[in-house]
Design a protein around this ligand. Sequence first.
Ligand code: ZN
Length: 71
Amino acid sequence: MTDDADRAQIHEAEFLANSLAGAKPADGPAPVIIDGVPCCAECESEIPPARIAAMPGVGLCVACQQELESE
Ligand SMILES: [Zn+2]
């Protein structure tokens, strides 16, 4: 009976990751796929794989994300 505990732990990890990133990818735009590569929905530059790994579904590059958050 460790399912609930495991799920809680995963949820906590996700919450922590989102808090650290200061971003909620689910609320943002989806990335545009250019030649099979996920690219920024704003400027169409390639989104680094590390960024996607940290925030699955993120649709903006770092620069555009920061611009969005500074508004
Ligand atoms: Zn961008």
